[in-house]
Ligand binder design. Structure first.
Ligand code: FES
Ligand SMILES: [Fe+2]
Length: 373
């Protein structure tokens, strides 16, 4: 039995424990390069990944670039208004066609000037007329993508099962917040030296909130008020409830209940999107694994209507930067310790605090295959 198969037996064993006995996965699940390569091949390259918000590309020709599992991607709105995720690799000799974000009528390769329309079809290839390179024969490959509630998702697997039909329950959790009506105010990208699963688990557990974030989050979302919320095969979630005596943080959509206004709902759409949805603020992270101990994090912030002034938006961006710094410091230290021969398989905290991690393990176990006994 190879290493990944052995580890999957262990994963299946941990994931099958009753919730009251739930435990952490052994440290080598987070540090092994071989297991990371297996995860990319068996899980990540077949799953749907959040890449950005639709209103980052509001008009035809608007685009941004990103990289997912080594694939350079070009997310672009075509002249027909459709958002496509294209290969950002020129069909001549492989130069990336665009960097960063912007708006254009055509993508012109910086190397030999082949050019492509916004739907990926070749527009022109200088001096190639006799080589059979035409708009009929040459276009940028397109990846599977779906847009849901303003989130753009991509899947590198052409045979993937569609995502959106599986999101009915998550939809019911979020719909009053009207995420589709929120508008983007900030995009940032950074690299963290941690395993991708550690960041999923960290974002999705409330147990650390009051310890790691005593000044930034604890006053609004203390550990003790957090409650596990809905989950199914596609996602898990918890509600970070605010104390009743704190001032309003914006009204949000008119259909929100009083309880929904008084909390942030944190969810993970498996495997790599984690997000916090509140009345006036939506913060969503695209986790892009690079290696067992490295991850690229692209995060977006959106706000509802004109709930927040520019000054308040700047304050929220600063707050999230500080929260991210606090989490990152802890996760990068922990990553260095998880390779220890004494890395623990400690117990998970009760459902309201770490039950989401148990959901995540069960998702991972569903997506990996232990060999038959
Ligand atoms: S690599 Fe793009 S035109 Fe040559
Ligand atoms: Fe945190």
């Amino acid at each position: 039995m190879n290493l990944a198969a052995k580890m999957n037996v262990e994963l299946a064993r941990v994931a099958s424990l009753p919730e009251r006995d739930a435990k952490c996965l052994p440290g080598y699940f987070y540090t092994s390069p071989e297991y990371f390569a297996y995860e990319v091949d068996a899980v990540l390259s077949k799953e749907w990944h959040y890449v950005g918000r639709a209103d980052e590309v509001p008009h035809p020709g608007d685009y941004f670039t990103t990289t997912l599992l080594g694939e350079p991607l070009l997310v672009v709105r075509g002249d027909d208004g459709i958002i496509r995720v294209l290969s950002n690799v020129c069909r001549h000799r492989g130069m990336p066609l665009a960097e960063g974000s912007g708006s254009t009528r055509r993508f012109v390769c910086s190397y030999h000037a082949w050019s492509y329309n916004c739907d990926g079809v070749l527009a022109n290839a200088p001096r190639m007329r006799d080589k059979g390179v035409t708009s009929a024969t040459c276009r940028l490959p397109e990846f599977r993508s779906e847009t849901w509630q303003g989130f753009i998702y991509v899947n590198l697997d052409d045979n993937a099962v569609p995502l959106t039909p599986r999101l009915a329950q998550l939809q019911s959790l979020l719909e009053n917040y009207r995420p589709l009506e929120m508008h983007i105010v900030h995009v940032a990208e950074e690299e963290w030296r941690t395993n991708w699963k550690c960041l999923v688990e960290n974002f999705m557990e409330a147990y650390h909130l009051s310890v790691v974030h005593p000044e930034t989050l604890h006053p609004y979302t203390p550990t003790g008020l957090s409650r596990k919320s809905m989950s199914d095969d596609a996602f898990t979630s918890y509600c970070a409830n605010y104390p009743s005596d704190i001032p309003s943080r914006g009204r949000g959509a008119s259909g929100l209940t009083a309880e929904e206004r008084q909390r942030s709902t944190l969810f993970c759409l498996f495997p790599t999107q984690v997000a916090s949805q509140a009345a006036s603020l939506l913060v969503s992270f695209a986790l892009k694994p690079i290696a067992a101990d490295r991850i690229q994090v692209r995060w977006t912030m959106s706000t509802y209507g004109d709930d927040l002034t520019n000054h308040e938006i700047e304050e929220r961006i600063a707050l999230w930067n500080e929260v991210n710094r606090e989490d990152r410091e802890k996760l990068e230290k922990m990553q260095r310790a998880l390779g220890s021969r004494h890395a623990p398989c400690g117990p998970l905290a009760p459902t309201d605090y770490e039950g989401t991690i148990w959901d995540f393990y069960r998702y991972l176990a569903r997506k990996t295959e232990p060999p038959p006994l």
